[in-house]
Write a protein that binds this ligand. Structure first.
Ligand code: NDP
Length: 294
């Protein structure tokens, strides 16, 4: 894939490279998103649980860009699951973002222990899609068993599954399941953010010798090589940064091509070790953040 956009399974177009704002503090979000929009990003990935949807909305307004040029994605948090609660979650997010239609609305997590509630939340997304309040719907952190049950019990195949994918955790089986059903895999922590956020005990993908060698061979940075690896394997990416030079660097990934051997060498770095929370263990008790009203 060398083009700069991807077509979702319902025909809607999404830019191949989006801009993530997880852990961008609310007071820095306006500037970060304004910087990204000025650099050329058109897709912003936020979430109700990031508590920065208002900042994203403010940056959209300040950008002066026509709404039709932008692709805004947000996520429903698990404490807002249930048919009526999820319809209301849409109202909260749309009001904070200051937009009337959300381009892509996804469930942030499966609730494996309360899957009926998860299904009710997804049915609300189907309703919002039918009503034209969203242009596409999807899920995040859904494992193969969650997808199988969702596909068996609901009508609309998710347009995306936003999952942890970076060179140290590739989730090959899940990527294959997504592809089999025409679900776009969106890579979160695409340059391995989750591997170096924490306590420094994990190795950083940015300092990986194999990635560094490939980067040097192309006169590119490790981050650009990782993003290119995703794009060439058909994934969409949403790198996060609050620094203007990195924001620009992460979008400048269309002028070079990795070889098959280089892609395979990066695939071989997979450790099978997840950096983020185990999807099977997500419960409302342990992750029970309440999402404020708009
Ligand atoms: P990323 O892989 O995007 O890495 C972000 C980290 O890398 C930050 O510490 C950033 O620091 C740094 N960084 C960014 N660009 C560069 C660069 N070119 N060179 C060196 N360092 C760089 O990880 P994230 O976890 O932030 O994931 C990206 C997005 O994915 C999130 O913002 C969010 O939208 C989504 N996400 C979704 C999840 C889900 O459950 N659905 C979970 C986690 C993330 P700095 O800002 O200082 O530049």
């Amino acid at each position: 894939m060398s083009s700069s956009s991807v077509t979702l399974n319902n025909g809607v177009e999404i830019p191949a490279v989006g801009f993530g704002v997880f852990q961008t503090p609310p007071d820095e979000t306006v500037t970060a998103v304004e910087t990204a929009l000025a650099a050329g990003y058109r897709h912003i990935d936020t979430a109700a649980a990031y508590l920065n949807e208002r900042g994203v909305g403010e940056a959209i307004r300040r950008s002066g860009l026509d709404r039709s040029e932008l692709f805004i994605e947000t996520k429903v948090w698990i404490t807002d699951y249930g048919y009526d609660a999820t319809l209301h979650a849409y109202d909260k997010s749309a009001a904070k973002l200051g937009i009337e239609q959300i381009d892509l609305l996804i469930l942030h997590q499966a609730l494996p222990g309360e899957f009926e509630l998860t299904l009710d939340a997804y049915r609300a997304l189907e309703r919002l899609l039918a009503d034209g309040k969203v242009r596409a719907i999807g899920v995040s952190n859904f494992m193969p068993a969650h997808l199988a049950r969702l596909l068996a019990e609901t009508s609309v195949v998710p347009a995306v599954n936003q999952i942890e994918v970076h060179p140290y955790f590739r989730q090959s089986e899940l990527l294959a399941v997504d592809a089999e059903h025409g679900i776009l895999s969106q890579a979160w922590s695409p340059i391995g953010g989750i591997t170096f956020y924490r306590d420094g005990s994990h190795g950083s993908t940015l300092e990986d010798a194999t990635i560094g060698k490939i980067a040097a061979a192309h006169g590119r940075t490790p981050a650009q090589v990782m993003l290119r690896w995703h794009l060439q394997q058909g994934r969409q990416v949403i790198p996060k940064s609050v620094r203007p030079s990195r924001i620009a660097e992460n979008l400048d990934v269309f002028g070079f091509e990795l070889t098959g051997d280089e892609l395979a060498a990066i695939d071989a770095l997979d450790t099978g070790v997840r950096g983020g929370p185990e999807p099977e263990q997500i419960t409302r008790e342990t992750f029970g953040l309440q999402i404020p009203e708009a």
